[in-house]
Write a protein that binds this ligand. Sequence first.
Ligand code: DC
Length: 228
Amino acid sequence: MKKIIVAIDGLSSCGKSTMAKELAKNVGYVYVDTGAMYRAVSLYCIRQGWMTADSINETELEKHIGSINISFKTTPDGRQETYLNGENVEREIRTLEVANGASRVSTIGFVRRELVRQQQRMGLEKGIVMDGRDIGTVVFPEAELKVFVTASADVRAQRRYDELVTKGQAEDFEAVLANVKERDERDTNRVESPLKQAHDALLIDNSKLTKAEQRDLLRKWFDEKTTV
Ligand code: DC
């Protein structure tokens, strides 16, 4: 069967990583969560004291961007974990603070260029499912299967809220919704590679789809692309 690149883009908390991971597992492909890479850069900046409420020390970040080494390892039970310079940072990069920082560092051109370069290297052999914001437009404009996932801000905030409650990190729903909208605004309006649907991407609005319906639709598209 032909090996392809699957590019999945969409806004935050739209369920794209769940579907991307599941497809990769079912078809034996490598899964890459590019959001985790921007989150790792954010964590690095926070730790170095380069990120304040209203600025990022871009001069220092640019000097060191080449020595920020991000990699992934799969646990024995199949979960993928993110490593920053050899340290497992999977838990730390999932906080709201790091997410907000990620949305800010991802507006910086030299950060994007470096991470895109690393992502393109990961896809050289194909057989990869990558999710993010610019995968179908910038990282792999030639990807054989491109999917763009959307859902309303309310639906996404509710999912994020439920997730936080499950983890015992309860937040006010309105605060979660405001955070989702703030990140949407930044992700879609930034100058460098703003989130947009590639002209040849297939659209999934999952506000009203079950996880199973979404999974089946993605698998159907994958099968169509790999059996021709
Ligand atoms: O998908 P996520 O929430 O983990 O992404 C974290 C941030 O990184 C998000 O604000 C958008 C940004 N990002 C990006 O600009 N490009 C990507 N390919 C992936 C994520």
